[in-house]
Design a protein around this ligand. Structure first.
Ligand code: PGA
Length: 251
């Protein structure tokens, strides 16, 4: 059966020293509990190797927030999937709405990134989600279906099975405005149906679909109680060990 997962997305926050401290705090907090889910932190590139050195990756998975769409070479400033993997990290967030919105990432770029991540044995956490206008004009299901089809449906069933999905309505990210648990469940159930139509029910049933967007300790329990919500991708609330653990223990 599919995994339950709580993943932190630190975004562009914390200095190296602050980040190592936060990772240590989360790692320490996990020693005292047996979480009913996998726990992951996705951190800035600069923090990956030093954090890999101080956490127990059996209990706390480590990932990057992005990787390049080329394998190597003359791409100044980019960080490749192989470089990420060489730090000891095993996950990578791809297609976050902030990457799509501010850095022009398209489905075509994302297909390349997913392929490179998989080649380097990184597990992609692939983000999808509609903007407010699409929520309000009723096209949100179609928008998300297209993002999945264009970004991922070139994969074989075997490769698709390695993907974690994160549904993040853009209007809920960092706004304090969470999707209701019913809104999340409607979308997650729909996503699972779209996957089932392409890859069959078994692959769909085994795909973890996380919710992201202003998820916090106070609303995580109700969201995670929904049958198709398999956990969360947590931005703001992952920057404090105690609030992040409050979400981890919502399972
Ligand atoms: P948020 O961000 O929890 O701060 O809304 C979630 C995300 O963007 O992954």
């Amino acid at each position: 059966m599919r995994k339950k997962i709580v993943a932190g997305n630190w975004k562009m926050n914390t200095t190296l020293q602050e980040g190592v401290g936060l990772a240590k705090d989360v790692n320490e907090a996990l020693k005292g509990v047996t979480p009913q889910c996998d726990v992951i932190i996705a951190v800035p590139f600069t923090h990956l190797a030093p954090i890999a050195d101080v956490i127990d990756q059996q209990k706390l998975g480590l990932g990057a927030e992005n990787c390049a769409d080329h394998a190597k070479g003359a791409y100044t400033g980019e960080v490749s999937a192989a470089m990420v993997a060489s730090t000891g990290a095993t996950y990578v967030i791809l297609g976050h709405s902030e990457r799509r919105q501010y850095y022009g990432e398209t489905s075509a770029t994302l297909r390349d990134k997913v392929a490179l991540a998989l080649e380097n044995r990184l597990t992609p956490i692939f983000c999808i989600g509609e903007v407010l206008e699409e929520r309000e004009n009723g096209t949100y299901l179609d928008v998300v279906k297209t993002q999945i089809e264009e970004g991922l449906f070139n994969l074989s069933a075997d490769d698709f099975s390695k993907i974690i999905l994160a549904y993040e309505p853009v209007w809920a990210i960092g706004t304090g405005k969470t999707a209701t648990d019913d809104q999340a469940e409607e979308m997650h159930a729909y996503i699972r149906k779209v996957i089932a139509e392409k890859y069959g029910q078994e692959v769909a049933d085994n795909t973890s679909i996380l919710y992201g967007g202003s998820c916090k300790p106070s609303n995580a329990k109700a969201l995670f109680a929904k049958p198709n919500v398999d956990g969360g991708l947590i931005g703001g609330a992952s920057l404090d060990a105690q609030s992040f653990m409050g979400i981890v223990t919502a399972f």
